[in-house]
Design a protein around this ligand. Structure first.
Ligand SMILES: [Zn+2]
Length: 138
């Protein structure tokens, strides 16, 4: 991979970026103008092709759970929510984000591949809820 001493200027700080998550109600990420890779991860260069040619993109609020764990010992801001699930979600159209699901209280409440969507919340982080369940699942 080619490296350069000169990094392109970021359009804003990471703080502002994260705040945008919490205040705008949309998940934001980046799309590579060179190869089209869509990612939720902050970066100055594409993780696939290495080109510093990323533009901001709005990510899908829907996706599938690819990994999760149940947290029983929460951070201060989540004291009343434990236990809850910490999830990794692969968004439709690209982008992988971590978030939390207060409605999931044990391993049996969630499965890998479950369909979820982002729900804006006053609490920090990216909160997901299960997509409306079909009348008869399974
Ligand atoms: Zn790329």
């Amino acid at each position: 991979m080619e490296t350069t001493d000169e990094l392109p200027a970021a359009p804003h700080t990471i703080d502002e970026f994260v705040k945008g998550y919490e205040e705008s109600g949309t998940l934001r990420g980046f799309r590579c103008r060179n190869c089209g890779l869509t990612t939720a991860t902050w970066g100055l260069a594409c993780s696939r092709c290495g080109k510093p040619d990323l533009e901001e993109a709005v990510l899908s609020p829907k996706g599938s759970v690819v990994a999760f764990t149940i947290l029983h010992v929460p951070g201060d801001e989540f004291l009343n929510d434990a236990p809850y699930a910490y999830v990794v979600v692969e968004l439709d159209g690209g982008g992988r984000v971590t978030g939390w699901m207060p409605s999931v209280r044990s391993e049996s409440d969630l499965t890998i591949g479950a369909r979820v969507r982002y729900q804006q919340n006053y609490k920090p982080g990216v909160q997901f809820v299960k997509e409306a369940d079909a009348p008869r699942a399974g």
